[in-house]
Design a protein around this ligand. Structure first.
Ligand code: ADP
Ligand code: ZN
Length: 217
């Protein structure tokens, strides 16, 4: 299966994608995770992306498209399927993805939109904490770590992402509305878009995929 997961920041793309990855055994490609990894390692990509990410702006399309092209060419994604989390985020990226898949003689099975109201986004992100070592996600209110500041899964130190502070969150939401909404229309017109209620459950996206598969079979 080749799936795109779209939604505002804080919709729970990472959490929903992890469930799908587990269940279907496909590659989870998170552009946010790849970028943050590059920032930590101070690679050329990381150095270029850092200031955009800190202020909640989008990293330039050229850089993102090159990054996705390299990642989708790796054997797990190319032959086993993938779930794209955080890409495409602009119309230009969506068109580039189509060309890329066409070159590989592949196509998308579904695009899932995780719908969640703005005030819920702000609430979730202000309270979100992450473990940079293993990617585990916590919430200081809804889902805290057992020992404060220590990851349950790997014992690593839990942090708040720099961009999970309210002014930056508001900016990320505005960018989402302006740049990513056209991507939704693009996929809607192609009959690929399915809306999932992100407040429902962490496996809501997985269940939507199952129902899509069911109608196909
Ligand atoms: P969220 O969806 O919660 O905002 P992500 O982890 O997906 O967070 O992305 C974090 C940041 O990385 C974004 O705010 C943006 O700066 C950058 N980024 C990630 N994916 C893309 C993309 N496809 N195009 C441009 N910038 C991106
Ligand atoms: Zn961890």
């Amino acid at each position: 299966m080749r799936v795109v997961l779209i939604g505002p920041p804080g919709a729970g793309k990472g959490t929903q994608a992890a469930v799908i990855k587990e269940k279907l055994g496909i590659a989870h490609v998170s552009t946010g995770d790849i970028l943050r990894d590059n920032v930590i390692k101070k690679t050329e990509i990381g150095l270029e992306a850092e200031s955009f990410m800190e202020s909640g702006r989008l990293v330039p399309d050229g850089l993102m498209i090159g990054m996705i092209k390299a990642r989708l060419a790796e054997s797990d994604a190319a032959s086993g399927g993938f779930i794209l989390d955080g890409f495409p985020r602009t119309l230009h990226q969506a068109e580039a993805l189509d060309r890329l898949l066409e070159e590989m003689s592949l196509s998308l099975d579904a695009v899932l939109l995780l719908a969640v109201p703005d005030d819920e986004v702000v609430k979730r992100l202000c309270n979100r904490r992450v473990c940079p070592s293993c990617g585990a996600i916590y919430n200081v209110i809804a889902c805290p770590a057992k020992a404060e500041g220590i990851c349950d899964a790997c014992g690593g130190r839990i942090i708040q992402r720099d961009d999970d502070r309210e002014p930056v969150i508001r900016n990320r939401l505005a960018v989402y509305r302006e740049r990513t909404s056209p991507v939704l229309d693009y996929y809607e017109k192609r009959g690929l878009l399915h809306t999932v209620d992100a407040l429902e459950a962490t496996d809501a996206a997985m269940r939507m995929l199952e129902s899509i598969e069911g109608t196909k079979a």
